[in-house]
Write a protein that binds this ligand. Structure first.
Ligand code: NAG
Ligand code: NAG
Length: 381
């Protein structure tokens, strides 16, 4: 009796010690604590999960299973449209739900979709959402950090199946008008209808996206080639985003698109592995104020590493160009490496100092493909 009691106690002690966030936020989200040392909670169903995510308590929310929202809000059949991009209707293309009146003037088709996917869960402040092993899956609904919510960590969670057959079917992670301190780490997104991650236009301040897998492999592609077009849209006003050690693969555009009005978004893309992209990786909206520092990245089988708008891009490919970081940032940037890819350009240095004090440590691109493949995504904490 005494022995088994102490065994049970030590089992619980080790479980509590093991539960929660692994590692610490760095880069522009440095200092993010999420739910901090709150007693972990273990939701049993989607109602409990939504409750913990949206209430006003600091929470460490551990996901030990899949939470399937598909069907929970019913199904909708209505008029959508067939955009010109869908050159393969019924055979791997993407039709559109009429989100934000996007369909305006395009040929009407009937669309049937799951309602839960089209609106996300509004996550409150001071939350850590952490999956256990590969068990933490949210199916059919995304997460949204908005309206001043801040200090949120999403770690080791797979968000999937948001009406992937339809443009406007849903976004996996939305950040709009958040109060800053948002750390997305070891997340995986797959089979998303619209954006995998979207920020803006309202400002959200400091964000870090690290060790995350953006899996664009899909049977419904706006480019009709099994690759998702709407991967990452980062257009917050004055946002600063560290984007490090991520694996972005099987996409065909917006990987990422960067912009934003006012001050626009400053993106530091460092040590990412961009693989198999049949369209463009970077696109910087010329009429907006997005700025990108891209260093130590690997582009492999990327048709267009940059689409257009390279006037606000710094993307060194030789040591001499990379040396420009030394005075504004205090270190030499790492060069980017391309193989089987199109042309990368971008030599603007005027905004390098905007990333001063970010506090990241790049590694040479030669180490990136292997380490990102081994470490990015879920189940690898
Ligand atoms: C989040 O935590 C901060 C710091 O402890 C606190 O000031 C704030 O009120 C919390 N917000 C919510 C919504 O609990
Ligand atoms: C894409 O997903 C399909 C269906 O799950 C799978 O059979 C295929 O191997 C995947 N392709 C790639 C390149 O990951």
């Amino acid at each position: 009796m005494y022995l088994s009691q102490s065994l049970i106690l030590s089992f619980f002690a080790s479980q509590v010690a093991a539960a929660g966030v692994v590692g610490e936020a760095f880069g522009f989200a440095k200092g993010t604590t999420g739910g901090g040392s709150a007693e972990p909670v273990y939701p049993n169903d989607i109602k409990e999960l939504t409750g913990y995510l949206t209430d006003n308590e600091p929470r460490v929310i551990i996901l030990q299973k899949e939470f399937n929202y598909i069907g929970s809000e019913g199904e909708v059949t209505e008029d959508g449209c067939r955009p010109a991009s869908n050159t393969c209707p019924g055979n791997g293309g993407q039709d559109a739900i009429n989100g934000a009146n996007w369909c305006n003037g395009q040929p009407t088709v009937s669309v049937t979709y799951d309602k839960a996917g089209t609106s996300a869960i509004n996550v409150g402040s001071n939350k850590s959402i952490v999956g256990e092993g590969t068990s933490g899956v949210i199916r059919g609904k995304g997460l949204r950090i908005a309206n001043g919510a801040k200090n949120v960590i999403i770690q080791n969670v797979h968000i999937t199946e948001l009406n992937p057959q339809y443009i406007w079917g849903g976004d996996a992670i939305t950040i709009v008008g958040a109060g800053g301190q948002i750390w997305i780490d070891h997340v995986k997104t797959s089979l998303i209808g619209r954006q995998h991650i979207v920020s803006g236009y309202a400002p959200s301040n400091g964000i870090t996206i690290s060790n995350t897998e953006i899996d664009g492999n899909t049977s419904w592609s706006a480019s009709c080639d099994n690759r998702h077009y709407w991967a990452l849209l980062l257009i917050g006003q004055g946002d600063k985003i560290t984007f490090q050690n991520n694996y972005v693969h099987h996409t065909s555009g917006r990987s990422p698109k960067v912009g934003g009005t006012g001050e626009g978004t400053l993106l530091h893309a460092v040590n990412n592995y961009f693989y198999d992209n049949s369209g463009h990786a970077f696109s910087i909206a010329a009429e907006e104020n997005g700025r990108v520092i891209a260093e130590g990245n690997v582009f492999e089988k990327v048709k267009k590493p940059i689409e257009d708008g390279d006037s606000k891009m710094f993307a060194p490919q030789d040591a001499q160009t990379a040396a420009a970081c030394e005075s504004p940032l205090g270190y030499k940037c790492e060069v980017n490496v391309l193989s089987g890819s199109g042309t990368l350009t971008g030599s603007e240095t005027s905004f390098l100092g905007d990333a001063k004090g970010e506090g990241v440590t790049p590694v040479p691109a030669s180490e990136v493909a292997a380490s990102v493949k081994a470490n990015a995504g879920v189940g690898k904490l």
